[in-house]
Design a binder for this molecule. Structure first.
Ligand code: GLC
Length: 657
């Protein structure tokens, strides 16, 4: 029997005034905004909470505790951060701006530790970076860390990186420079060394209820029937036997990452408090790791369940009240249609995650590079162009993870290709088997699953674009061609609409690093090949003209500066694609009012000819186009004449009357 939770009216008339009084909030002065926004959000917070936990015996107590958490968090929020919230609010939707450009990096591999970061910031600033995603830095056991995604203490910086004080000092430096910060919240699981897991292992039933634990295989077996495997090679199955606890525990990722049980409202509240803690550190974008997995239901894939969305909406509402300057990125690397749902649907459209990774386009870009054709990419646009106004993408060529080819088979089939054979071709194209015939790429397959035939791809941007092979062979023209490809791939991601996120090392063309194979804490995970340990001597070569580092860095710098100088590149959901008059050429139109930019990319290894008609078809009345990339002016010819694009060439055109 469920205990009914007090009605919304009851909370508003009775409990809220009590709570406000209990916490001595200044309703007319400094706490006014908070109190108002709490009242405004309360119906939604109540409804969402009720949906998930209304039937829970202690729902009312838990809901009151949740409200207390919001008040506590608001009271802890520094004056400086509240001013920053205000500053962002005055900018409108601050994170849509073309002036933001990000880099994702491992603090230890990039700068040694947090204290070393400020000295490296000029390198980033010069490139045009003003937003940093610091890969996980909270405490995580060495050897069972998953690159920091197995957290044993959400509030303690791992000593490898420094201390919480070092982090706060870095945030201060960044804020003084007008930079923004993204940190991870690993919501789905904790390390098995987290104090909750330790208490669960010691037999405490309260903490066993923080996880999904079972004394025998009945329920796990039922789950396994419908759950896919995430790391089939290194961590097969979704459950691990814990000898200390004498129970099975759900471990969707690695065996040392215990899945949290969000059916338990105590878990939700504890994790919400961690989220708000990050908000009060000054985090601008919170990257919610693996949100697709947070709700489990036997008989389903345990991914993208409706309750996962309800949870995210509840988090969003709470953050908006208590930490209004912090936006949310949902790291949902799932099928295109599913990704779109993380922006919110129905009455919650644009009220769930503010950002999602543009994982579909990222993968399609690699599809285009391998096949030299744009049709599969264009077929997928129907879904991805539906992104609601006010939300945005993280756009990227690759990140710390593998590249999954998770787009729809239908997009491939509509291009006249067999989906199975096409994916097989892509996997062969990007993975180096030693007797490669057709491809300059040097990547490897990640998490091959012989049962399903699935596999993803590891390798740096440069290695996948052919630089590693070209350098090995000392082949000058091939080196030049791979640099051209690297820059075209970057340009494609940078102008796509969204916040571009450069992966560290790519700014100077890092190729794969195979040293992870000698490190027992990493050798089971080939994603480490594209997570370089930065050698600052190599990086400094970017200052010497003629080096490849110089070419890659300067090219990227130019692209970022160009985007930053033109407001039309803000993400006003203002993207359309030109008709494919040439199957090798992708043409993106960014527009606002009468302003237009044409971003044209030749994904083929041959020269491509594009009829000038494509511009007239867009209604373009200008007679000339200025290309910002080559700094040249071209005249739009007649319909039977062509724009000529060199192999992997691209243009960023602005019409000139
Ligand atoms: C996310 C991270 C990935 C990690 C996984 C489990 O997908 O990006 O690196 O392995 O979550 O936390």
């Amino acid at each position: 029997m469920s205990t009914p939770i007090l009605s919304l009216e009851g909370f508003l008339s009775e409990k809220i005034p009590q709570l406000l009084q209990e916490h001595a909030l200044d309703l007319k002065g400094k706490d006014k905004r908070f109190v108002e926004s709490l009242h405004l959000a309360l119906p939604k917070v109540y409804q969402l909470f009720h949906e998930l936990y209304g039937a829970f015996p202690e729902a009312e107590t838990q809901f009151l505790e949740l409200l207390r958490s919001l008040i506590w968090s608001h009271k802890e929020r520094s004056h400086a951060l509240q001013e920053r919230d205000q500053f962002k609010a005055e900018k409108g939707i601050w994170f849509l701006s073309n002036e933001l450009a990000g880099m994702s990096l491992y603090v230890d591999r990039f700068a040694g530790n947090l204290k070393g970061m400020p000295a490296k910031i000029p390198h980033l600033e010069e490139l045009g970076i003003n937003f940093l995603h610091l890969m996980p830095i909270m405490e995580s056991p060495l050897g069972e860390s998953d690159g920091g995604y197995a957290v044993s203490d959400f509030r303690k910086v791992d000593p490898r990186f420094g201390t919480l004080e070092d982090l706060k000092a870095l945030i201060q430096v960044m804020q003084n420079k007008g930079m923004y910060l993204m940190l991870d919240m690993v919501l789905n699981h904790t390390s098995h060394h987290h104090e909750w897991a330790k208490k669960a292992k010691a037999g405490d039933p309260e903490y066993q209820a923080f996880y999904h634990t079972y004394e025998d295989r009945w329920v796990p077996n039922e789950f396994e029937q419908a759950m896919p495997e995430i790391f089939p090679e290194s961590a097969p199955g979704n459950f691990t036997w814990c000898e200390e606890m004498k129970r099975w525990v759900m471990t969707v990722f690695h065996s040392y990452q215990w899945d949290l049980n969000f059916r338990n409202p105590q878990v939700f509240r504890a994790m919400l408090e961690n989220i708000l803690f990050y908000g009060n550190l000054g985090v601008d974008v919170l990257r919610i790791d693996a949100p697709a997995f947070i709700w489990k239901q036997a008989g389903t894939s345990c991914q993208n369940l409706p309750q996962a969305h309800t949870l995210l909406r509840l988090i969003k509402q709470c953050v908006q009240v208590a930490s209004p300057g912090m936006t949310i990125l949902g790291e949902a690397i799932v099928a295109p249609k599913e990704i779109m749902n993380y922006f919110g649907t129905g009455e919650y459209v644009a009220q769930e995650c503010d950002f999602a990774y543009h994982a579909t386009q990222m993968a399609l870009q690699w599809d285009m590079l391998a096949s030299g054709e744009t049709q599969v990419m264009l077929n997928a646009q129907e879904d991805v162009l539906k992104k609601p106004y006010g939300t945005s993408w993280i756009t990227y060529t690759r990140c710390h993870d593998d590249i999954g080819l998770g787009y729809e088979d239908a997009s491939i089939a509509r291009a006249g290709k067999d989906p199975y054979l096409h994916r097989k071709f892509l996997k062969e194209y990007y993975s180096y088997s030693g007797n490669q015939w057709m491809s300059p790429a040097r990547g490897v397959l990640f998490s091959s699953n012989p049962k399903t035939g699935d596999a993803r791809i590891s390798g740096t941007l440069a290695s996948l674009c052919g630089l590693e092979k070209a350098l090995f062979e000392g082949n000058g023209p091939a080196i030049e061609l791979s640099i051209q490809k690297i820059l075209m791939m970057q340009a494609h991601a940078i102008f796509l609409g969204g916040l571009p996120m450069i992966f560290y090392g790519d700014e100077v063309g890092y190729i794969n690093d195979y040293s992870y194979q000698q490190d027992p804490s990493k050798n089971y995970d080939n994603r480490w090949m594209h997570r370089p340990l930065i050698d600052w001597e190599k990086v400094n070569r970017r200052k010497t003209e003629g080096t490849l580092e110089f070419q890659v860095y300067e090219g990227l710098k130019k692209l970022l500066a160009l985007r930053k100088s033109q407001p039309v590149f803000s993400d006003w959901s203002n993207c359309t694609w030109m008709n494919p008059h040439n199957i090798h050429v992708a043409g993106l139109v960014r527009s606002r009012g009468s302003e237009r930019r044409y971003c044209i990319y030749n994904f083929s290894e041959s020269t491509a000819y594009l009829t000038w008609y494509v511009f007239r078809e867009q209604g373009e009345s200008a007679t000339q186009l200025h290309d910002h990339w080559t700094d040249s002016l071209v005249t739009i010819g007649s319909d039977q004449e062509h724009l000529i694009l060199e192999p992997y060439g691209f243009r960023i055109f602005e019409p000139k009357a």
